[in-house]
Write a protein that binds this ligand. Sequence first.
Ligand SMILES: C[S@@+](CC[C@H](N)C(=O)[O-])C[C@H]1O[C@@H](n2cnc3c(N)ncnc32)[C@H](O)[C@@H]1O
Length: 209
Amino acid sequence: MNKKDIYKGIPFDKIPWKRETPPNILINTIESLAPSSSHLLDLGCGLGHYAAYFAQKGYKVSGIDISQTAINHANQLFGIKNLKGDFYELDLCKTNDIILPTIELAYEFEVLHHIYPEYREMYVQNVSKLLSEGGYYLSICFSEKDQNFGGEGKYRKTPIGTELYFSSVEEIQDLMSSHFKIREIKEVELEGKLVPHKAVFCLMQKVKF
Ligand SMILES: C[S@@+](CC[C@H](N)C(=O)[O-])C[C@H]1O[C@@H](n2cnc3c(N)ncnc32)[C@H](O)[C@@H]1O
């Protein structure tokens, strides 16, 4: 499957992660760290439903996704709901010259497992570049302990054809700790649209070392 557009050829309602309301773990963490005047960046924003939820709460929201189909949908959704948001089609594993004003919190929900280990350093460098000094970065991606999606092991192919890499807490810690101060890292269970999933939750802050 072409990683550039995993939405092509699938009806939106069949997409296993498509949910209109963010999971509580995302809402609670974001709302406890960032007042509703903050600028949020949704990394791998997909169809834009989570970004729309936060925009409706008063946050300024920007979103990035590698898929043009997803970005078009997010823009349409914001148009229908009469919300303001900026969406960019961008591969976060490649160098870019995008500059966004004062991102106070960047989050990614179920995105990093789409990125194989050899591309993650560039991805994390890009996130660090986009985030303001003192800003928070929340990453929630599938854990290697999950047994409900794509079989077992680290490299998995899912029923819809996506090829994923499931991480351990230690790997995420090693990846993130040279760029960010890790505030909390743990295994969590996500509600999931069909079945629950085990995931690695990592909350970080961009601070001078
Ligand atoms: C499982 S979906 C999650 C979408 C959204 N965060 C949600 O929870 O509904 C993963 C998303 O990451 C995007 N993605 C994967 N690799 C990416 C990359 N290198 N740069 C930007 N976005 C990427 C995909 O296009 C997809 O929208």
